[in-house]
Design a protein around this ligand. Sequence first.
Ligand code: 1PR
Length: 590
Amino acid sequence: MDGAPFTSSSSSFSTFKTASISSSSSTSLICLSKKFSRNHLPSKFKSRRNLSVRASNDDSVVTLLDYGAGNVRSVRNAIRHLGFQIKDVQTPKDILNARRLIFPGVGAFAPAMDVLNNTGMGEALCTYIQNDRPFLGICLGLQLLFESSEENGPVGGLGLIPGVVGRFDSSKGFRVPHIGWNALQITKDSDILDDIGNRHVYFVHSYRAMPSKENKDWISSTCNYGDEFIASVRKGKVHAVQFHPEKSGDVGLSVLRRFLLPKSSLTEKRTERKASKLAKRVIACLDVRTNDEGDLVVTKGDQYDVREHAEKNEVRNLGKPVELAAQYYRDGADEVSFLNITGFRDFPLGDLPMLQVLRSASENVFVPLTVGGGIRDFTDSNDRYYSSLEVASEYFRSGADKISIGSDAVHAAEEYLKTKVKTGKSSIEQISRVYGNQAVVVSIDPRRMYLNDPSDVEFKSIRLTKQGPNGEEYAWYQCTINGGREGRPIGAYELAKAVEELGAGEILLNCIDCDGQGKGFDVDLIKMISDAVSIPVIASSGAGAVEHFTDVFSKTNASAALAAGIFHRKEVPIRSVKEHLLKEGIEVRI
Ligand code: 1PR
């Protein structure tokens, strides 16, 4: 089924030596970029006029340029979902012979340019695009068209569009990475965006290209996030988008459809509400584990205890992961998360059922998928060592857009706080370096520890809005590992700050005390953490009613709110959560 990404001998992402590649590739890239910046790439590329473009005439085939980094499976699934077949680029000639070409770029700018240069694909791409052939670049596939990027750079790009790709400026109080559903300002007719009108699309990036008078004629839409950045470009049959159409639900599928079938009819379902800014996200979480019969089921803890308190003491079984994920997608969830809650026990790459769940779910879920559980360096019983990067790479190849690290992040933070040295070896650093920090979520499992006097502990504590059981006015939040089984000498505040410095792009902030209680999120905890970091924070644990969502979004800087039990038990539909938020004036994606 899966076409294979082409790999150049020296820089294939799919080989596990990735870590070394990035360091080596960076050196070769630097000298390349020096050469580039000196030689203005396009001219060098333009020289070889003998690169002729000849299109195959198979109408139902899409040529896909997949250089093996990150989750291209979602783009494949979306293309197949729209009834097209995929021809994978193996050689530069495949680009030149493409009838239509999609270039989904995931990961970091420098290693991507390195692969394009080392394989001659960059040159072929330039020729293909300069011949106004049907092209769609996605995310990094847009950024690489520009002259250069500041990401681990400056690094030379393909130089087809004037301008430099720079990092969002977090000093303006906007959380970086820009993760979530934001609104487009369409600036010129772009055919493929005709269906979008006033809808939200999904972004996940830390770098963006800025409008200038030199690139004005390319821009077809912008988006506002602290500043107005380029959200899409178009010239003739050449299109590129910064957002992810394959992860933007039905709106995104329509963008892909209109690229693949330019004359296809508009299917726009107008909504009465205009998308205007970054929406708050409502996330459905599926805690999964094998039950006593060995089946992988969706379960749900009661303060992390997932066993029925009946005579058989079984693992609570709330349904099948793939079916429930597809259901929540249809119900309007903005993201779906799978947490393999016993992952700390197993060897994640040996956990084939979990990988299979991910592959199957990603075939029908066109919103971002996050997977967590057991991501860490691992040595199996045959003494074979696997890096956490290898584990994460398998999850990305299987359809994950983001991975979530729990216990291993606690160990990494404790080590970092002890030495204050970034070794580059922690799972957070390894994975964020190659896939970008927007792909790395840290899941925190804290337990509330009541205090009469904050000076009783060395960790950050807060004054509680509601006193503790014995009238305590303060509490700190002790982090745990292995599914809440072991408390560690580190507070949630210290952990959040440390993992942000190590390169995490987002925090999933659970609370063991509130988990499954349906009495609302721990607003005190979420306020403390979302005020302490500049990366997005997902509020989690305790949702029991629609009001709990307005509460957490109006009293904290949480960017998203996650729930499980109320959705699994069909007590509160996702739709009613969103309608309530809209009624309360909180922008969400409809
Ligand atoms: O430590 O890297 O192997 O990751 C394990 C992952 O599994 C972590 O993300 C950890 O949060 C999660 N986990 C481990 N044990 C449990 C458990 O329940 N026994 N579940 C568990 C965490 C928390 C939320 C839950 C919310 C919402 N679940 O994800 O869905 O609390 O629930 P609610 O809306 O019903 O209140 P590693």
